[in-house]
Structures are given as C-alpha cells and as structure tokens.
Design a protein around this ligand. Structure first.
Ligand SMILES: [Zn+2]
Ligand SMILES: [Zn+2]
Length: 384
C-alpha cells in the first residue's frame, strides 16, 4: 500500500504569506502555533494533514524545524514529547502519543486485528498465523522489502508490504509494517497485509495470475476499510479515507460488498471470470465458474491447475426454507437455502432454478424475518 506523504509535505509548502502587521511590529496574542513566539511580518498558513486545520506558523519554525511525517506541521524539538526514529522520521508530540513502536506492542496489535478479522469474517475466510511473520520495521527496511522483483518500486511512501518466500516448496510470508504509525493506521495496514496473504493462499494460482493488481489491492483495502470501522479517532479515520490507494477499485469493492456481500466477493476472487471489476457493471461479480467438487485427479488435488468447467448443479429449492439457526445472543446465524445469514445481511439464494436476493432482518431462536422483493416474510424453523 502506498500513501503519498511527500504530497502532504508539498501541501504544507504551498504557503500563503500574509502581512498582518507593519514591518518590525509585533502583536501580543498572535502567536506561532509551533514555538509560541509572537508572529512578526510573515505568517505561514500550514495545513495539518490529519485534522485539516490550518495553523499559523512563524518563518523561523517553517525554515528551521523538521516536519512531522504524519501531519506535516513543523515539530517543536526544544521540548520533550516528540519522537524521532532511527530512519530520520519525526513525529510531533500529538502524533507521537498514539504511535505504535516496539516489537511487543506490534505483536499485540497484529494478534488483536487478526482475531477481530477471524471473528468478523469467520464464514468466508480464515486468517491463519502459522506461516506468516509480521514485524515492525523502519522505512529503509520496508523500502528494501518493497523493491523485491515483481513489486512496484516506484512508490516511495509505504506503510506495509508482504513478501512470499518459497523454501523446499513451502510458502511462508514475511510482512513488514512501518513502525511509528498511529494505532488506527497500523491496524489498517495489518488488515491490508493479512488480506494479501489470504489471497496468495486461497485463490487458485491460475486465477491469482489473472486477477488484476488493482482488484487484488482493492480487496485488501476493503478488508482494511472494514477494520477501520473500529477506529475511534475520527480525524485519523478521515485521513485514511482521503488517502485510499488502488486507483478506484476500492470504491467498486465497497459498492459490491454492500449490494452482494462478502460471500460473493470471495467467490469472485477465487473463481471469477473477469480480471477486474468495472463500475456500472458490478453484476459481473456473479460471473463465476466453480471448480468441479468431486472429481479431483487422484493425488494431485492441491496442484491441479484451475480449469473452466461447467459448475455443479446448485441444489434445487422450490421454496425459501429455513434450514437451521445457530443461536447466540450476540451473533445469531440463520441457514436459508444453503446460505448463512447474520442479522441485516443481504445475499443471494437459489430459488426455483435462479438466484434471488434476500435480506435477513431478524433472527429469533426458532424463526427468521427476511425481506424479498420489497416484501417481508417470516420463516419458521420446522422441528424434525
Ligand atoms: Zn514559530
Ligand atoms: Zn504531527
């Protein structure tokens, strides 16, 4: 992933010079927001890239102080509270207060995010921790990792990268995460990189090669976006939204996620026909060719090249049938015509030889309310 921090810096250097006072005069009450001294002739308006608030800063601070790598505001280094990293990056006191540094804390965040993802997406994906190592690294290390063959080396500002390594036919993943990111950004980056690992591990190789890189990144950003929903810092969350990567594919993935749900996205990633999603044609998500389920060639099931084969006939349902309820107070699930739904989830089910979209409205211990074609229906669980 890649966020253009250098453009942030440029934004800060687009400076408006305002002459507030007559030359030589100072005015008590007009103080530089970095050093606190009286502002003299020149006032530089510099936009905080996190809060988007414009700050009035004196010429001396603008010219002599280093800039915070997150917010771009000059950092007052004459008092404690700011943070400097070995790679030269510097964080202002405010942004230093929320940053994650140190292997122990990094590991805790990684585990937390992975657990959250495994709970949230348990019906669609599993994010394992057996073959992946994640570590906080400094910027030069991250850039080195990023410049492995096959990776885009043109982007200088990166937060994380995933490197698959093959040894004796066993694939492992080395994930580098930029140290010093605020908690929300680190969580975002962890989610994005774990999604990359999932794609590598779960999409058939032939399909993986065909899958457009923007679609690959778009999916990872979708997962990261959903993790961002847990971020309680509004300014940071908005900042991440403004900097979304992937040249448009994230917008389409969000749209598709809302309309079709995660199950369809996962199916499309694995077995889709098109290499990328196209705006206004999102129904293409339904164009999938499932692999044969039962006739795998003996002994080569895992190596078998993916081939286009007629999909197995879907079970025929002539009515909407509530087949089961997995009850829990917090997250009840209903099995309807072979598909699992949580409360407020929408998805397609097989009905009368075609697919129809339903939304699951409520789930009780023995009944479910759904909406189909604008009408509500109650489904009762039949006792066997
Ligand atoms: Zn100043
Ligand atoms: Zn800052």
């Amino acid at each position: 992933m890649c966020f253009s921090l250098s453009s942030n810096l440029r934004a800060c250097l687009v400076i408006v010079i305002v002459t507030l006072f007559h030359p030589g005069e100072t005015h008590a009450g007009y103080l530089c927001e970095v050093c606190g001294k009286d502002l003299r002739i020149e006032v530089f308006l510099c936009k905080d890239q996190i809060t988007l608030v414009k700050k009035e800063i004196c010429a001396s601070c603008i010219h002599n102080l280093p800039s915070c790598f997150l917010c771009s505001i000059p950092v007052w280094t004459n008092a404690p509270g700011y943070k400097e990293f070995a790679d030269g990056r510097i964080l202002c006191k405010r942004d230093a207060a929320t940053c994650v540094a140190g292997a122990g804390e990094g590991e805790r965040v990684v585990n937390e995010v992975r657990d959250w993802m495994n709970r949230e997406f348990s019906r669609f994906m599993e994010f394992t921790d057996t073959n992946t190592t994640l570590a906080l690294v400094d910027r030069p290390t991250l850039e080195t990792l990023f410049k492995f063959p096959g990776r885009d080396a043109t982007c200088p500002d990166i937060w994380g990268t995933t490197q698959p390594l093959t040894n004796n036919g066993v694939v492992t993943y080395e994930v580098g995460l930029l140290e010093g990111l605020p908690m929300c950004m680190l969580r975002h980056t962890v989610a994005h990189e774990l999604a990359h690992v999932w794609l590598n591990e779960n999409v058939p190789p032939e399909r993986y090669k065909r899958l457009d890189r923007d679609a690959n990144e778009g999916f990872c950003e979708l997962i990261a976006w959903l993790v961002d929903e847990t971020c309680t810092e509004a300014d940071l969350k908005a900042h991440m939204r403004r900097n979304l990567y992937t040249r448009g594919q994230i917008e389409i993935f969000l749209d598709v996620h809302q309309r079709f749900g995660m199950n369809d996205i996962v199916e499309w990633l694995k077995y889709g026909v098109d290499k990328r999603l196209v705006p206004d044609q999102v129904a293409q998500i339904n164009k999938v060719v499932m692999p044969p389920t039962t006739n795998s060639v003996a002994g080569s099931a895992t190596n078998e090249a993916f081939t286009f084969t007629a999909p197995p006939p879907a079970p025929a349902y002539s009515a909407i049938i509530l087949q089961g309820i997995t009850w829990s107070e917090k997250r009840p699930l209903a099995l309807i015509n072979g598909n699992t739904f949580g409360v407020n989830e929408e998805g397609r089910i097989n009905l009368g030889g075609s697919k129809v979209t339903i939304r699951c409205l409520t789930i009780q211990t023995n009944a479910v309310r759904i909406r189909i074609g604008g009408e509500e229906q109650e489904l009762i669980l039949r006792s066997r």
